[in-house]
Ligand binder design. Structure first.
Ligand code: PEP
Ligand code: MG
Length: 753
């Protein structure tokens, strides 16, 4: 094992003394790359620094040709170094020249080096450079080596921030604000409209000292800060706004749970032991969390892990003695502008003046979104380049319905904003008035509206939306955020709480859908070409049956004396389902053997999200008590179209005739066999799609909590008989989509979309 891995403290100290030593900044940087190359047993070590924000210049190298220094320049995104800067993530390659992004620069002479490890040099969340090591022999660097290089990069960031190498002005991005009205596009996260002056949320913290002088002292600083952070969260939970419970209180409870996470604390303690200061240790672990996050494509899970980000910033502030609150800052109607925002950070603002939120990141299932919804604050996310287009103090109007943020809006926009505000108030009042009414069509057809959930924080939505149960409980999240495999009793606790909160309403638990784009820390896997079609979900469960057995055991314990609904994800053939059922039977026998109370009834279902299964429908309906169509996955396989590829997002329409006739066939078979069928993909939550689905015979939809109101409103305005004939007569047409026809139909028949 290279020296630095066992002795990281020594290396950090050495680097620190080189950087703080005498001599010109360039000479010190040259010494730094030599020390790193030596310690990493690397033939090359190079440092590229960002100039004027978007060009990466080779500033120092050990191993590449000297004449390339200050000559080789790459744009962000260009070559492997540019790729590291673009993604802000490490890149570890055993055969760098074969990588499609490899850009050969003859002046460097780097073509003889096969292996490449590059890590970003990050400063307050921004990439200010890239640190690279290379070796002639092809090899993949070990995780400890990647970690060590990341730790080293933090020390280099300290040198960059001093402004001795690159002028400090080059380190801050220019504002692209033009003074003209502009419209920014984003993703609607929390409904509504809101307007005010732009206030920049500044979660970033500056770390000025990375290498510890006294490890014991740093440990104490860390422990004290953790205790203080917990105290702050406890006080936040005492806040009068939260006194009556409800959704956002639940969110903060979960958030508090994260603050007590042992794995997180252990990692921070380890980082201090490796020689970092308390604040650098927190930052280091946060960077690692971000890396984990970046690998997860599911936005729902991503955002939950990002709560740690929020806590980390809070912790660093406490360590550095910054106790300022944002609350006092809002003095007039304001729109909060940020790259990302944590749920507790949002709670820090005065809601009286907080009218809307615009984020560069964010997702529809993040905690901060749930809180914003609970507080009735309009929010849009995924606004590219947001921070460069707005200046603090400028007027902004946010309209979630269109996903637009109008910066420095013109008068006509302001007029339409006022009209929208009125409409929004009317709609919310309508949803609330219909909450306890049945989702029944005008001609008396009852539709069951269930909701999708994944964590205990989602449960209060059952009451607030009037959903009739949970049609899909995604169990994987508990596994994703845990540093180690959750024990059976920990799993049981979560499942029992969900069943308890639902009362008489059903909760359908789906067994783990991990792997693919939902990696878990305790299950190492190989990189996969096509993770969505890879070793995931039931495939992992059947190859590692202990995992499934423990989960089924926890579910059976949690449902003692009640009905258990359990279903299996990504089943591709009936034989697979049978194997799952036999594992379940073993667990039922085990219950008997140990004389534990069983559920009164166990209903077994299956997700239909792999097309092959649709060709075994006759066999399938004999094996299940219920079926759930997961269109998110099913449709990506149906069209051979990656669901997370933004380029393909609008390529195919789910209101296309082949989709509708395919679903129609599945639903018919289920009805004939008397097997209840639910659709639990996102499409069911959009009123126009939901309208087509009920016309195809679907009577059960499991949708996101926020969709319950709009879908119910559509159903209650619908005359099903007329629509059924219209849809079935159109499903064999050769059109790309029948969306427009359906919109016209809805308009002609006063259906509320
Ligand atoms: C689906 O695939 O439709 C589904 C509901 O599962 P997930 O989105 O969790 O993959
Ligand atoms: Mg799925």
């Amino acid at each position: 094992m290279p020296d630095h891995v066992s002795q990281p403290r020594l290396l950090l100290r050495r680097l620190h003394s080189v950087m703080a030593g005498s001599g010109k900044p360039q000479d010190r940087l040259d010494r730094v790359v030599r020390v790193i190359a030596q310690n990493m047993v690397a033939e090359v070590c190079s440092i590229y620094l960002a100039r004027a924000g978007s060009v990466l210049e080779l500033f120092a190298t050990e191993g590449l040709k000297e004449e390339a220094v200050h000559l080789t320049r790459l744009s962000v995104g260009e070559g492997l170094v540019g790729l590291v800067a673009e993604r802000g993530l490490p890149l570890n390659l055993s055969e760098a020249p074969q990588h499609p992004r490899f850009a050969y620069r003859p002046e460097t002479g780097e073509d003889i080096y096969h292996s490449f490890l590059g890590v970003p040099i990050l400063r307050t969340g921004r990439v200010v450079g890239v640190l690279v090591v290379q070796n002639v022999a092809p090899r993949r660097y070990k995780p400890e080596e990647v970690e060590a290089l990341q730790t080293i990069s933090m020390v280099i960031a300290e040198l960059v921030a001093s402004g001795e190498l690159v002028d400090k002005r080059e380190l801050t991005e220019d504002s692209g604000s033009t003074g003209e009205p502009i419209t920014l596009d984003g993703l609607a996260l929390a409904g509504g409209v809101g307007a005010g002056v732009a206030v920049f949320h500044q979660p970033q913290v500056r770390i000025t000292r990375t290498v510890a002088d006294d490890i014991d002292e740093e440990r104490t600083r860390l422990e004290d800060a953790i205790a203080e952070m917990r105290l702050q969260l406890e006080q936040m939970l005492e806040h009068p706004d939260l006194a009556h419970g409800g959704e956002h209180r639940e969110v903060l409870e979960t958030y508090r749970m994260f603050a007590y996470d042992q794995g997180w604390q252990e990692k921070m303690r380890d980082a201090v032991m490796s020689g970092l200061t308390a604040e650098a240790a927190v930052d280091r672990v946060q960077q690692e969390n971000r890396m984990r996050m970046a690998k997860i494509r599911d936005p729902y899970l991503r955002e939950r892990i990002s709560d740690f980000d929020d806590l980390a910033v809070r912790l660093i502030r406490i360590i550095q003695g910054d106790t300022s609150s944002h609350r006092a800052k809002l003095t007039e109607d304001s729109v909060l502008v940020a790259r990302t925002l944590g749920p507790a950070e949002l709670m820090d603002y005065d809601r009286k003046y907080l009218k809307a939120i615009v984020l560069e990141e964010g997702s529809s299932t993040s905690h901060v979104t749930i809180i914003a919804r609970a507080m009735g604050i309009a929010m849009i996310g995924r606004v590219t380049g947001l921070l460069t287009h707005v200046e603090p103090g400028e007027p902004v109007v946010v309209d979630s319905a269109s996903g637009h943020a109008y910066v420095r809006p013109a008068d006509d926009v302001l007029e339409s904003y006022k009209a929208n505000l009125k409409l929004q108030e009317q709609l919310l009042a309508e949803y609330a008035a219909e909450r306890d009414l049945a989702a029944e069509t005008l001609d008396g057809e009852k539709i069951t509206l269930l909701m999708n959930a994944g964590l205990l924080v989602d449960l209060p939505s059952l009451d607030s939306t009037g959903a009739e149960g949970i049609g899909l409980f995604r169990t994987e999240f508990q596994f994703m955020v845990a540093p180690a495999l959750p024990r059976v009793d920990e799993q049981t606790r979560v499942y029992a709480a969900a069943i308890e909160a639902a009362g008489d309403r059903p909760v359908v638990f789906r067994t783990l859908d991990i792997g693919g784009d939902k990696p878990v820390p305790f299950l190492p896997r190989d990189e996969e070409e096509n993770p969505a079609m890879g070793w995931r979900a039931i495939r992992i469960a059947l190859d590692r049956p202990a995992l499934l057995r423990y989960q089924l055991r926890a579910l059976l314990y949690a449902a003692a004396g009640r009905t258990l609904h359990v279903m299996f994800p990504m089943i591709a053939e009936v034989a697979e389902l049978k194997r799952c059922k036999s594992i379940l039977n073993k667990e039922l026998l085990r219950l008997k053997k140990y004389d534990k109370e069983p559920p009164t009834e166990v209903k077994v279902g299956c997700m239909l999200e792999v097309p092959s299964l649709a060709w075994q429908m006759d066999l399938l309906v004999k094996e299940v008590d219920f079926l759930s169509i997961g269109t998110n996955d099913l449709m990506q396989f149906f069209f051979a179209c990656d669901r997370s590829n933004p380029r393909l997002a609008n390529r195919y329409d789910l209101l296309a005739p082949p989709v509708l006739s395919f679903l129609h066939g599945i639903v018919q078979t289920c009805h004939k066999a008397g097997v209840p069928v639910t659709l639990c993909g996102e499409m069911g939550g959009r009123p126009i799609e939901a309208m087509a689905l009920v016309a195809l015979g679907l009577r059960r939809l499991s949708i996101s909590p926020t969709s319950v109101g709009p879908v119910k409103r559509m159903i209650r305005s619908l005359n099903l008989k007329a629509l059924e004939g219209f849809v079935t007569s159109n499903i064999s047409s050769a059109e790309h989509s029948i969306r427009d026809k359906l919109i016209h139909f809805a308009r002609d028949h006063d259906i509320k979309l």
